[in-house]
Design a binder for this molecule. Structure first.
Ligand code: F6R
Length: 611
């Protein structure tokens, strides 16, 4: 949510900033801007719309300089417009600021500064920071001291990049509850919201912690805590491939990421399960028999797609390990005074590891002495660093705003954790464990099969492109996967779709079914097949068109529905993961046929670092 990049060194900053922003555009894409220090003054360029607009502007206005900050925006305060774009500057261009997050008390500060004669031109909260910096600075406090004073005053969440006209050799960064990394180069240094923005330039990064401030020059990086003490920080070497953050010949990141799923699943399985061992290798994660004895309540908390993975986790842990689990969306959990103590295990699930609500849920749990296990993709992210234990899903950078590969890997992580708990608590026999392991091991091959035979999804996407309302239905795990399928279609194809427990339809939503309403019925749970089939008949009787997603060999379904997409036959635990790949592909091809912006759907952004 909003991307920040900054550079200081001996090269020309504009192209480096633009390169960084192009890698961060998935975080926000309604406007972009850069501010560059040319040694004597700060030059500013900003443009509404995608980065390409800013790039065109830059072609016509060649600004130069060896230090600068850039920003790609996802609007929170004020509509997308040139004027609301970042960077924001003080009136006499002394200070330029880029910001990710929300300054909650900005109205109060704005009123105070307006009374002092400061003139605000934008509707943003960020402009307050530029003017407040200017105010303290003009009172005679130095650049760094003014930053500390601003941080004392502002409330909310922020990652900030700040430059000052009087300090052409200095870039200051600060963070609280929003991600920020500092890249260390040779005679040049960087800041960025996310590693891909600077990976072409350096693999050595420092993660800035909350309430820390970094003073960055071309040959030095000094990090200070809130009490202005210098802190030592270990450098982190990024070992993943640059290609992982590139499209690699695919039309869209989403399609590339769908295609990566077999390998990701294979990798995580090979680390966590050994052929000759009757246990899951959860090395370093405190979920042994003795730890579990001390747990009497489990929550799984997450947002969006990650929440759907959490729901699968709840279903599995309750059904197999026989432990009650509460699953909740983080934005609700954090405000309901949840019952938490040292006997609680909170499992948070997050691709980015930076989602504001999920991070806050973790912090509330920790304040109440609960144990926190995080299932995370982004290595070194806030959630990963603050949790007691981390299960990294190792899916590599997910650039498409609509999550696909992370979801699959999160569900696999949930399955592994569930098997582990079940074995530790004696709820599963060795024979059952071996069967489950074999089922999991067959997943990569079966997902590959779905991806290779994607012709059906593409054909049906064209056929049903004019659907106005879409219902995804299923029972048991199929229902949970329906929720994810429906979310994908909404996100990238902008089609109204709902997911319903198939048995729940007649309690209200069936009123919406009319001629040609599209119903996508998930049928991977064989014990529930007949029940869902009855619900299919109910919607068919009311004029719906039905696509069934069914297991290979289920010929009887053909005569009951309009179309069938067959998926490889698999056990009840893994079949929904395979079927979900079908819904990913279906959403992708509908969006493609409709010509939407698949990787950067409207109004969305990756990594939601505001509430
Ligand atoms: C949907 C999607 C979002 C995220 C949600 C949580 O495709 O990506 O719903 O799942 O914003 O994000 P993370 O997993 O980063 O906490």
């Amino acid at each position: 949510m909003c991307g920040i990049v900054g550079y200081i060194g001996s090269k020309q900053a504009p192209s480096i900033l633009m390169e960084g922003l192009s890698k961060l555009e998935y975080r926000g894409y309604d406007s972009a801007g850069i501010a560059v220090h040319d040694g004597t003054k700060i030059n500013l360029l900003k443009a509404q719309g995608k980065l390409v607009n800013l790039a065109k502007m830059l072609e016509n206005n060649q600004i130069q300089g060896k230090a600068g900050i850039g920003h790609t925006r996802w609007a929170t305060h004020g509509a997308p417009s040139d004027i609301n774009s970042h960077p924001h500057m003080s009136e006499d261009r002394m200070i330029a600021v880029v910001h990710n997050g929300i300054i909650e008390n900005y109205m109060e500060i704005k009123e105070e500064l307006s009374a002092k004669g400061y003139r605000f031109v934008s509707e943003t909260d960020t402009e307050t920071v530029a003017h407040l910096m200017d105010y303290y600075y003009k009172q005679g406090h130095g650049f760094l001291e003014s930053v500390f004073m601003v941080l004392e005053r502002i409330e909310g969440a922020y990652a900030l990049g700040i430059i000052c006209k009087d300090y052409p050799d200095t870039l200051i960064a600060a963070r609280k509850n929003c991600p920020l990394v500092i890249g260390k180069g040779q005679g040049e240094n960087f800041i960025a919201s996310d590693i891909p923005a600077i990976l072409h330039r350096t693999r050595e990064v420092y993660f800035l912690n909350d309430n820390e401030v970094a003073v960055i020059k071309k040959d030095s990086i000094d990090i200070f805590d809130r009490d202005k003490n210098k802190v030592d920080r270990d450098i982190f070497h990024v070992n993943w491939d640059i290609d992982a953050a590139e499209k690699g010949g695919y039309d869209h990141f989403m399609l590339k990421e769908i295609n990566e799923q077999p390998k990701i699943v294979q990798d995580v399985l090979s680390i966590r399960m050994k052929e000759d061992e009757d246990e899951i290798n959860l090395e370093g994660i405190s979920l042994r028999k003795d730890d579990l004895k001390n747990i009497d309540r489990i929550y799984i908390v997450a947002c969006g797609t990650a929440y759907h993975a959490g729901l699968v986790g709840k279903y599995l842990i309750e059904r197999i390990a026989r432990i009650p689990v509460v699953a909740d969306v983080a934005s609700e959990f954090r405000y309901k005074d949840p019952i938490l103590d040292e006997r609680t295990l909170l499992i948070v699930v997050s691709q980015s590891g930076e989602t504001a609500d999920t991070l806050e849920a973790l912090r509330i749990a920790k304040r109440n002495k609960a144990r926190v296990l995080a299932i995370v993709n982004a290595v070194g992210s806030s959630i990963a660093r603050e949790a007691d234990d981390v299960f990294y899903i190792l899916a590599g950078p997910e650039i498409s705003v609509a999550s696909t590969k992370a979801f699959t890997a999160q569900v696999v992580a949930m399955e592994l954790i569930c098997l582990h708990i079940s074995m530790e608590t004696g709820k599963m026999t060795k024979a059952e464990f071996s069967a489950a392991r074999a089922e999991l091991n067959s997943l990569p091959g079966r997902i590959s099969e779905v991806i290779q035979k994607c012709g059906e999804e593409s054909k049906l996407a064209e056929k049903y492109i004019n659907s106005k309302n879409v219902f995804y239905i299923g029972r048991g795990l199929d229902y949970l996967i329906s929720m994810e399928g429906s979310l994908k279609l909404k996100e990238i194809a902008y089609l109204h779709s709902e997911a319903y427990a198939a048995g729940e339809l007649k309690h209200g939503p069936i009123a919406m079914i009319e001629d040609s309403t599209l119903v996508i019925a998930m049928l991977t749970q064989e014990e529930l097949f007949e029940k869902t089939l009855s619900n299919i008949k109910e919607v068919k009787a009311r004029g719906a068109k039905v696509i069934a997603i069914a297991l290979n060999g289920n010929d009887s379904i053909k005569s009951q529905v309009d179309d069938v997409i067959y998926v490889p036959r698999s056990g009840w635990m893994t079949a929904p993961i395979i079927a979900n790949v079908t819904t990913q592909l279906f959403a992708y091809y509908v969006a493609k046929a409709l010509g939407t912006d698949i990787d950067q759907p409207r109004n969305l952004a990756k990594s939601v670092t505001v509430e």
